[in-house]
Design a protein. Structure first.
Lengths: 505, 505
């Protein structure tokens, strides 16, 4: 066999092209597609998945992987080629256990379920949605049954989103996180913060100007990016030169679009920062969803809701929205802690609890301990327990997220893991860049972006998240840095002594 | 082999899904993609084409076709199944002669060339564009070399766009058409028409309202359609339930967007009207580009520029653009004949000459009788000869169309063939529907749409264009009905006795 590595690369490039086409089909479904296009879209996505799956799991790919590994014997383990073979082999070992028809059906149901969810959520009709969730759970169980090396069903699902992590690890992290957050929320509930400066009447076009100004500072560039509206904001990348983010607009509350866009732009910067040499390979996207989310949350919260950036935001808000607000007032407003129904709009302290409750419920669902018909009640009970709120409307409750509708079970934990990782990276960045606060206050965000590119983005999926964290922060995912960051900030905002650990220098 | 027809259908459905994905990638490239996305897009399109081509031309497809044909022995030749096997076999016989790498390279170069053209046209820089055209011609010649059953190189290319037609047939039709049009233009040059009512300052948003009103009457429906902006307007369909049209806007001349949109909506109605039973099969799109163009031109010109519809347009224009114009004045203005540089904005009398000159030039290019470097001069000379105009700027000359940039050589003739077919269908529709003029004048366009759906749209690609015309108008493509229609209308507009044949009743 002549040059198996080159043959492998060609095969993987074609697969990357197929994934890219599927990514566009998905992006289009959520942003552009006319409603009646749904059924045909689901078929197209299923076909692309079937073809890509068949091509990937074929014995030919296995032979090429084996021959390429032999060809690379002695190569530096960090080289692009060595990582390519290692990561691809790991994915191939997993994928080849999944029948092609199941892979296609998962793709079809994800697309169909998403359309059903949009409609069910609009009408707040859980019963209309239930059969799609039942079907997705059934498929997820069939998927889990393809494997025998996992300790539990949920491990097999989680591994697709956060490779290598165990449910028990997540449970331990969440136990620590949950108790820290619950205590924090109880403490803060005694004081209140005025966030009236975020509410009012703000024409969308003026908000757009504000948001575009912020995104431009972050690195959004029309030559290689675009931004559209979506019901459930997301980011998609067709390679590093075609990055697409979405946001939604609320005429009465500009923070929704502003922080949503910063969040998605954080995802986009990750994809835009991946090395050219990794494009059109399986390494050309972010490695894990937790790591991806760490980027979006770092930009949204550590930067966007940090005191320094409020010095940039306040004058921009005055200029675009015509509202005069002091940076300090803005800083306090955007960090107000208050239990609420919607995860994506939750403050940083309550956010984690939204994730914990989903993590618990989806384990129960997949293991059959909770019936779909009992889910709304279980959801509402959990919201009452964790957030002290009574859900009156499924649209703001169990129907609020698209994930289960699109079969993404095991995905939610990565959101909270992303917060933890963001806490770790932020601590490291502050230590590495003594001028970071001053730079951000001056609106200079490129030093931070460059630091993230150097330490995270450029690697794409070359390193597992654990390995990358080991190199950058010297250890595995941990709760302490995030809690420390949060207590420091909220102590500042609420005028309370919360800080357990000193700010790193 | 169990049920080969069912197996064939499944295989063709997957191919249809792949084509659908490619269609979306192409649509997105021209409407949404950020500029730097171009290179990755070309690779994705090449990969989709390679995979689809390989799947289609495989021996397995051949065996299924053979077995399905045997299974269908005795079936009605007009049945969906019989047509499916017949049409697919014809395409398979052609496609299997083309190497997969050439098919992929054609797709890649089409995408790359299109991006290069946008930039070259913007800068009116033919030299920057020339290498892409050279490459596309080289690929076209390699493509032609795959076949031995065609009388000349151009026949092989033409056959992809207008299956079954010969260059000699087109030449004969164009000789007749050209001389009729030239005589007509000479006659009309003696009189002038005032079209000042079309010019002015018309905010795009008001124009959009006008256009959307007209499209809604035609059958555009947001649930299954969308409209976007494009440099070179086009229509795309991802099945009958997801139809996408594009238009461009000129603040100083509303006819550009209005008639452009009606034109593309005509294409869209064809795709939207194809029978459900043909979706996700090779029969699920329009058969030939000439037939497709007949639909766009019929709506744009026979309806849109006809006297009855001016009774609908005039009040709409008053309401949306605030310009008061009499229906008769509008009718005369939109039918003004005057040689001009841009094909897509040409009147109905000069339009055909734009096509004839391209038809001549591309034959010379493909046969090597004309060098790419000599093309601008040859173009300008031909424009002088046919239209009496001196081209001062390649952007308004040889660079105006995207077709050669995307490798579509042999495509242009179908535009003029479309006019001829539209003339034939229009004659038939008028004869079939005595109330058609009155319906159109009342803004009721659905009877015409239903007639077209019944006689043309629903068949998809079941019937070759010649066969369909035989059934609907009783003969092959002919020049006389179109010229007769044109003389009748222009005689009316110009107050001259041009009508050679009486209006059919």
């Amino acid at each position: 066999m002549s040059d198996p590595l080159e043959q492998l690369r060609r095969r993987l490039a074609a697969l990357s092209d197929l994934r890219c086409a599927a990514e566009l089909l998905g992006w289009d479904q959520q942003t552009m597609m006319p409603p009646r296009g749904g059924p045909a879209r689901a078929e197209s996505l299923a076909t692309l998945e079937r073809i890509a799956h068949d091509m990937f799991v074929s014995a030919e790919t296995g032979h090429l992987l084996e021959a390429a590994a032999a060809e690379l014997d002695g190569a530096a383990p960090d080289s692009d080629d060595a990582c390519l073979v290692r990561v691809t082999r790991r994915r191939w070992e997993k994928a080849r256990r999944v029948p092609s028809e199941l892979a296609a059906e998962l793709a079809r149901s994800a697309s169909v379920g998403q359309e059903a969810w949009v409609e069910a959520r609009r009408r707040s009709d859980f019963d209309a949605f239930a059969p799609y969730l039942e079907h997705n759970l059934e498929l997820a169980r069939r998927y889990v049954d393809c494997f025998d090396r996992f300790d539990c069903a949920y491990d097999a699902l989680l591994d697709d989103y956060e490779p290598g992590i165990k449910t028990t690890t997540v449970s331990a992290l969440f136990a620590e996180l949950g108790s820290e957050l619950a205590a924090l929320i109880t403490t803060l509930a005694q004081r209140s913060i005025d966030d009236s400066c975020l509410h009012g009447s703000f024409p969308i076009e003026r908000q757009r100007e504000l948001v575009e100004g912020v995104l431009a500072r972050m690195g959004f560039d029309r030559a290689g990016w675009r931004m559209d509206d979506a019901v459930h904001p997301f980011a998609a990348a067709l390679g590093s030169q075609d990055v697409r983010i979405t946001t939604r607009w609320d005429q009465s509350y500009f923070a929704s679009a502003l922080y949503g866009a910063m969040h998605e732009c954080g995802h986009g910067l990750y994809e835009a920062g991946i090395a050219d040499s990794l494009q059109r390979t399986p390494l050309g996207h972010g490695e894990s969803l937790g790591l991806h989310e760490s980027q979006s949350r770092l930009w949204e919260n550590m930067v966007g809701r940090g005191r320094p950036f409020c010095d940039v935001l306040a004058p921009s808000i005055a200029q675009t929205l015509g509202s005069s607000v002091a940076p300090e007032t803005l800083y306090r407003a955007v960090n107000r802690v208050e239990p609420s129904f919607i995860r994506v709009e939750a403050d940083e302290a309550t956010y984690g609890l939204h994730v914990v409750l989903r993590f618990e419920l989806e384990q129960e669902l997949i293991e059959g301990r909770l019936a779909v018909s009992d889910l709304p009640e279980a959801w509402n009970e959990r919201v009452q327990r964790y957030l002290g709120l009574e859900v009156r409307d499924d649209a703001d409750g169990v129907l609020q997220d698209v994930h289960w509708a699109s079969g993404a079970i095991g995905y939610f934990p990565t959101y909270a893991l992303g917060n933890l990782i963001a806490g770790q990276l932020w601590e490291r960045a502050l230590a590495d860049m003594p001028d970071l606060d001053a730079q951000i206050a001056a609106g200079e965000l490129s030093p931070l972006r460059d630091w993230l590119r150097e330490h995270v983005h450029r690697h794409g999926a070359k390193l597992e998240t654990g390995e990358l964290l080991q190199r950058v922060v010297g250890g595995p995912i941990a709760v302490a840095p995030f809690i420390s960051y949060l207590k420091r900030k909220l102590g500042d905002v609420y005028g309370l002594e919360l800080t357990a650990q000193p700010r790193p220098l």
